[in-house]
Design a protein around this ligand. Structure first.
Ligand code: MN
Length: 310
């Protein structure tokens, strides 16, 4: 599979429905809305829809999903973006399409579509979509460039993580030339509501440090008191992002549904995804998660993080 082959597949269908993952972030939305706009601009005769039932925080920058009917899905090519597994697709109706195509950058991305293009080393799916447009010489409007930039920026923590490389910046140069408003988009991505700003600073006071590991454990009572959903709570893992001497960090959040803790794990250097996999989780080498842990397992994960070395 390559970018020319992806274009050929897309050109074979008059109707296309684009999906992404549950608990969507800006890479999921950015790649999805960016690809939709690219296809509308370059193939005006095609019908292009977005699908997804779950929502994102501060969506004012983003468009609502089209969520077409099952009849339309069944007569379309479906494209699933930024989604590692079948169970994480929002939603599974993509499998009803005439054919399905996945474009993704997660490790061990499942073979759950007819066609797949997975680049594990890519820093975001939005980067892959931008490259698809550049390689095929598609017209890139400032609207599609804005969505793709948002996705690239978000997944790379503002272009600061290890998977960012020269290609990322070459693509970025192309997008910036389209006249996107970097300052405004950065603010959409990063600005916190005032209530969340206060929560962020409260959580920072709860961080516990063990050698070069930092972690926060959000109990059932605190989560209720702070009025946080699991999705919102997990974003606060980044409270510990910039602490001298802290190389790995984790956020454990109580889950009502399973009466257990979910974990978000991050690392600046050594790979930690093996730890996540050991407990039924996964993701990227340096950013991964585990859905369900009991308290004893939480302690084990912390110990494994402490032991993780290059
Ligand atoms: Mn992504």
């Amino acid at each position: 599979m390559n970018y020319f082959k992806i274009r050929e597949i897309i050109e074979d269908y008059d109707s296309i429905v684009i999906y992404r993952h549950i608990r969507p972030d800006y890479d999921a939305y950015g790649s999805q809305l960016g690809l939709k706009q690219l296809l509308l601009d370059n193939y005006p005769e095609k019908r292009v829809y977005t699908y997804g039932l779950e929502k994102i925080d501060n969506p004012e920058f983003l468009e609502d999903m089209d969520n077409p009917s099952l009849d339309i899905i069944r007569s379309s090519l479906t494209i699933v973006l930024d989604t590692s597994t079948f169970s994480r697709t929002d939603d599974k109706s993509y499998a009803e399409g005439l054919k399905s195509l996945k474009i993704d950058h997660h490790l061990d991305s499942e073979e759950c579509t007819d066609y797949r293009y997975v680049v594990e080393s890519a820093s975001s799916t939005s980067e892959l979509i931008a490259q698809l447009a550049i390689v095929n010489d598609w017209y890139i409007s400032s609207k599609s460039a804005s969505y793709l930039y948002a996705g690239m920026n978000f997944d790379t923590r503002g272009f600061t993580i290890a998977s960012v490389n020269a290609t990322t910046f070459k693509i970025l140069a192309v997008l910036v030339e389209k006249g996107i408003d970097l300052v405004q988009i950065n603010r959409y991505i990063n600005d916190l509501a005032k209530e969340k700003f206060a929560i962020k600073h409260y959580l920072a006071t709860k961080a516990i440090f063990k050698e070069d590991v930092g972690y926060i454990l959000l109990t059932r009572e605190e989560k209720l008191r702070l009025g946080l959903s699991t999705h919102e709570a997990k974003d606060f893992v980044y409270v510990m992002e910039n602490i001298k001497g802290i190389n790995k960090y984790a956020f454990f959040s109580y889950e009502e549904d399973s009466d257990s803790f979910s974990a978000s794990l991050r690392s600046h250097r050594p790979s930690i995804v093996e730890i996540a996999r050991q407990y039924g989780g996964g993701g990227h080498r340096l950013a991964c998660g585990i859905p369900e842990l009991n308290l004893k397992q939480v302690e084990e994960v912390i110990d494994l993080l402490v032991k993780a070395r290059d």
